[in-house]
Every structure is written in structure tokens, then in C-alpha cells.
Design a protein around this ligand. Structure first.
Ligand code: FES
Length: 157
């Protein structure tokens, strides 16, 4: 089925476009809105984003595939991103990564059967000074160890 933005989201996109000198600059806002509506960004969603912004689809694709905050596959209710880049790795990120993988019996970019959790190994998320860190949806958690991560994850309903 063809993806179409809701009327409300089209209004949000128009408001985003007004913030910038050209429609291309509103691509990140628009992808974000699309992801909120659809859950993840498919080829059809990218086509519609390009359509509403009157830009080339490749401009959408390049942004979607660059930033880890955009998903091209379905994710769980809680999408867990574990940074294993240098600063986090040196401070125990792989202990966290392996711990979470074992806890949920999940591989990278997989979702638990109940759809509650998904897991992704990511590169630096810009919180190196507080390494190691994870993100759950849009929340960052920093200065972690495996035990603290499990406490966070166990608190998610
Ligand atoms: S290396 Fe993990 S946030 Fe930068």
C-alpha cells in the first residue's frame, strides 16, 4: 500500500519547511515525522518524503542510511542501541553488548518475538565523555556497566 502522510503530519512538514531556506533542509524533520507515523522508513516512505519536499529520493536515502536514529526495518517498542566505538569499547561496551544479546537472545537488528525489544550495535553517538553509553529509543543512558544496563532494561514496561 502506498504510504501517505496524514493531514496533521503534512502540516508539520509544511511548518518544518518554513524554518529553512529550502525544502531539502527540512529532510531530517520530515524523515523523523515519517518514522513516527510509519515506525520505520521503507522505500515507499522515502519516495513520499522526496515527493512532499520536491527533492531527489537519493537525498532522502543518504540521510536515512547515515544516521542511526532512522530505521529501515521494524524495531521493537524499545529499540536498544549499544555504542561499541572506541571510547565506549575501552570502558566495557562489549561486556554490555554481549550481556544484552544474551539477556534477550537477540542478534544485531533483530526484534524479540513479543515485539518489545530490538537491539542494534552502533558507532559513536557523541556521548564519548560519558562512555560507555546506550540509547533506548530517544533517551541516552551514560556511565554504564552491564548491571546498570540490566536495571534500566528491567524497568521498561
Ligand atoms: S564512542 Fe560511544 S558515544 Fe562516542
Amino acid at each position: 500500500m502506498k504510504f501517505q502522510f496524514t493531514e496533521e503530519n503534512l502540516n508539520r512538514i509544511e511548518a518544518a519547511k518554513r524554518k529553512y531556506p529550502n525544502p531539502l533542509a527540512a529532510v531530517m524533520d520530515t524523515i523523523y515525522i515519517a518514522q513516527e507515523q510509519n515506525g520505520y522508513i521503507t522505500d515507499e516512505v522515502m519516495e513520499e518524503i522526496a515527493n512532499v519536499l520536491s527533492i531527489d529520493k537519493v537525498n532522502v536515502l543518504s540521510v536515512v542510511t547515515f544516521y542511526t536514529m532512522y530505521h529501515t526495518k521494524p524495531v521493537g517498542k524499545y529499540h536498544i542501541q549499544v555504542c561499541t566505538n572506541v571510547s565506549c569499547m575501552l570502558r566495557g561496551a562489549y561486556d554490555i553488548w554481549e550481556g544484552v544479546r544474551e539477556k534477550f537472545d537477540l542478534d544485531n537488528m533483530h526484534v524479540t518475538q513479543d515485539g518489545k525489544f530490538s537491539l542494534e550495535e552502533v558507532e559513536c553517538m557523541g556521548a564519548c565523555g560519558y562512555a560507555p553509553m546506550i540509547a533506548v529509543n530517544e533517551d541516552f543512558f551514560e556511565n554504564l556497566n552491564k548491571e546498570k544496563v540490566f536495571e534500566i532494561l528491567d524497568s521498561l514496561k
